[in-house]
Design a protein around this ligand. Structure first.
Ligand code: MG
Length: 376
């Protein structure tokens, strides 16, 4: 029996690429969700005929229900309905952006589902809670983030985590690589949205420009693999061919390479522990550019440093960092603030909101709300 999918955030970049993979693998999709895109979700629901279609926006959901009245698809609205969608299939692909992914992810963990995790904010904000719950309920979390998927693939040869000396996350450097502080300060939303190697949604693309994305990924890796900050390194790798590496205690360094295409990590999270035939173009070693690696510049890209500081502090610090960043990026995408206001506002929120050391889910949600209120 083939596995079935739930896709949270099916109209976004990862969601749409997941549907391409579902098509290639001929999988059934049980649930689709989106934020407010009525027309897009209607089209997807007609094509995929899921049991359930959810829009987080209630008014948009009411509209969708009318449009899909001639189909068998059940339509629900509101954040709670995301939890129902999360447990509808055998595998849930969490491709929503931001903290909104947390509760449905926990619902899926409690139901013992496989989580193909593309919503890094969940692990950043509540990583310990999420990973502990996954252990308790026997739910598998398979990362979809390309770097973490690479690490996950490189870890398949090793049964015990203590054999790992360090993880090395690669980072493209984003569109502003090599620019001075002054040049970067002049950069606009359009400049920030021009990512050299990957096709992704606007929030994560801005995070790539500030290197906050890499900072969030450092935290994500620490939580997924239960490692301290000293064992997670960042290397700027402009070509995005080496997706990340694992150094073992015997000195062996394993890497996963490939052309940059999110459909590979999505596909692996679904087919794991197997690998399915894929139409993707394989890496051609003889035509790929020389592979280079450099240390990141934490002065020019303060978001990376801010994330590492929050990671070190732990508790609710990462939830505050993440929430402040989400708000700051939202304002940047509205042309309300400049590029360097992003780290400034994140730092201000971190200073203003007190960290709770051993947080409950409630503490995390409160820290998130407090941090957002600091960003204006
Ligand atoms: Mg990534």
């Amino acid at each position: 029996m083939e596995k079935t999918l739930s896709i949270l955030g099916s109209t976004g970049s990862i969601g749409r690429q997941t549907l391409e993979v579902a098509e290639e693998l001929d999988l059934r999709v049980e649930a689709l969700t989106a934020n407010s895109g009525v027309e897009q979700l209607e089209a997807q629901a007609r094509r995929w005929k899921p049991k359930l279609a959810v829009l987080a926006d209630e008014a948009a959901a009411a509209d969708l229900a009318v449009r899909l009245a001639d189909t068998e698809v059940k339509v629900l609205g509101g954040a709670r309905a995301l939890e129902e969608a999360a447990v509808a299939g055998d595998i849930v692909v969490t491709a929503v952006v931001g903290m909104v992914g947390l509760k449905p992810t926990i619902a899926a963990i409690r139901a013992g589902k496989r989580i193909a995790l593309a919503n890094k904010e969940t692990l950043v904000c509540a990583g310990e809670l999420v990973v502990d719950a996954a252990d308790k309920y026997g739910a598998q979390i398979i990362p979809v983030d390309s770097e973490h998927s690479a690490i996950f693939q490189c870890l398949q040869c090793c049964a015990h985590g203590q054999e790992v000396r360090k993880l090395i996350l690669t980072c493209s450097g984003g569109p502003f690589y090599g620019m001075s502080w002054e040049q970067m300060g002049m950069m606009t939303k359009e400049d920030a949205l021009r990512h050299p190697n990957w096709r992704m949604g606007p929030k994560i693309t801005v995070d790539c420009a500030t290197l906050m994305n890499k900072g969030l990924e450092v935290i994500e890796a620490m939580r997924l693999y239960r490692l301290p900050l000293e064992q997670v390194e960042v290397a700027i790798h402009r070509q995005s061919i080496v997706h990340s590496l694992v150094e073992y205690r015997d000195g062996a360094v394993l890497a996963q390479l490939g052309t940059p295409d999110m459909r590979l990590p999505i596909r692996y999270a679904i087919t794991y522990p197997n690998r399915a035939e894929s139409p993707l173009e394989p890496l051609d070693l003889f035509s790929c550019p020389p592979l280079t690696f450099e240390r990141p510049d934490r002065e020019a890209f303060p978001c990376l440093r801010l994330a590492e500081e929050a990671a070190e502090e732990g508790g609710t610090a990462c939830a505050v960092l993440n929430a402040a960043n989400e708000e700051a990026v939202r304002l940047f995408l509205l042309d309300r603030i400049g590029f360097y206001d992003i780290p400034r506002l994140v730092a201000r929120a971190r200073n203003a909101v007190k960290t709770v050391a051993q947080p409950t889910l409630q503490d995390i949600l409160e820290a998130d709300a407090e941090a957002r209120a600091q960003v204006f």
